[in-house]
Write a protein that binds this ligand. Structure first.
Ligand code: GTP
Ligand code: MG
Ligand code: NA
Length: 344
């Protein structure tokens, strides 16, 4: 990640929701990538991570003419699977994030894993924004590529606007049944205090994407001092253990807080006991590229949170996904850390 004069870490935003509501497609739309079409069966089966530099986010929100200068290096976005069999991954993803986007298909309303995701967010008291996705599927929708939703909505016929309002009202009622107050974001005065904001979006034609990003920026600005000040203590979770051509066995991790360096001695939980090793290479995909998709990697001497990182080190074959990674600091006792690692 880049440097920030304020010395704040990048916030982590987790995308959650029912299967096929368009979580990955929304990210594709922001990244300009095509990850979703490469997925087996069009189903996400792993946690993903993408770093969005502050400058990219500023660019995408330009037309809203709001102050979107992020005082953090960027935003780390975590993609989660919506399929019912991946509750553990949704739980892991929601446990790492500072804020979430809960994606709802406007044609379907709240579905089973929407409610499951909602309950995870409630449990951890996580603030979230609702992306009411697939507005382009409203009958007769006129595409306004990457426009703000207010602008796009003005271009629609009376019939489209009527169908939109009917479906929106239905979704608001369904949230109410879950004990959650929601409102269209531009009508929502208290922004996520008691009433959660809904942003209508299309991952296909991009309407509402600037609005969604701007809300994330505004939330970041509001909460950064209390939430995003660096701690020197490393907080890091193993997502995947993978063999990568030319790199051997690697682990994909999310660095939530702190800094990792090449050469750091680390401890991770392994199937046959704690693994003590040292970081041979710290790799990230290019900015705006998905960590879980094979591609080229950037090498780093050190990386500050938050980031999705591929770590190359000896002896990682038996590392266990979902556990914490520990760094052995100068005054630390390796035996204590080994014990802590195995408690995960
Ligand atoms: P899982 O990760 O498997 O839970 O699914 P997901 O929520 O990531 O949804 P995904 O991005 O895989 O999209 C599911 C399907 O919906 C794909 O066929 C997408 O092309 C389509 N889709 C996603 N967003 C939109 C949208 O805004 N409009 C329309 N028309 N189709 C969409
Ligand atoms: Mg997906
Ligand atoms: Na899908």
């Amino acid at each position: 990640g880049g440097q920030s004069e304020y010395n704040l870490r990048s916030p982590i935003c987790c995308i959650m929701g029912h299967v096929d509501t368009g979580k990955t497609k929304l990210l594709d739309c922001i990244r300009g990538t095509n990850v979703q079409e490469g997925e087996a069966g069009g189903i996400t089966q792993q946690i993903g991570a993408t770093f969005f530099p502050a400058e990219n986010i500023r660019q995408r929100t330009k037309e809203l003419k709001a102050d979107a200068n992020l005082k953090v290096p960027g935003l780390l976005v975590i993609d989660t699977p919506g399929h019912e069999s991946f509750t553990n991954l949704r739980s892991r993803g929601s446990g790492l994030c500072d804020i979430a986007i809960l994606v709802v298909d406007i044609m379907h309303g709240l579905e089973r894993q929407t409610i499951e995701s909602l309950n995870l967010l409630k449990m951890r008291n996580t603030n979230f924004i609702i992306a009411l996705n697939k507005v382009d599927r409203l009958y007769g929708w006129k595409a306004c590529r990457n426009a703000s939703i207010v602008k796009a909505m003005k271009q629609q016929s009376k019939e489209v606007q009527f169908e939109f309002r009917t479906r929106l009202t239905q979704v608001i009622t369904e949230f109410k049944e879950q004990g959650i107050n929601t409102e269209l974001y531009y009508k929502n005065k208290d922004m996520g205090k008691d009433t959660f904001s809904i942003v209508p979006t299309s991952a296909i034609s991009g309407e509402g994407i600037p609005d969604l990003l701007l809300l994330l920026v505004q939330w970041t600005a509001k909460t950064m001092v209390e939430r995003l000040t660096y701690s020197n203590e490393v907080q890091c979770t193993v997502l995947e253990v993978k063999v990568v051509e030319g790199h051997g066995t690697t682990i994909d991790v999310i660095l939530v807080n702190g800094v990792l360096h090449e050469g750091d001695q680390i401890v991770v939980c392994g199937m046959q006991g704690p693994i003590v090793t040292s970081i041979r290479a710290l790799l990230t995909p290019d900015p705006m590229k998905e960590l879980r998709v094979k591609g080229s990697y950037q090498h780093h001497k050190e990386i500050k949170a938050a980031q999705g990182i591929k770590i190359n080190a000896q002896g990682l074959e038996h590392a266990i996904a979902g556990t914490s990674l520990y760094v052995v600091g100068p005054g630390d006792d390796v035996e204590d850390i080994k014990e802590a690692a195995m408690e995960d």
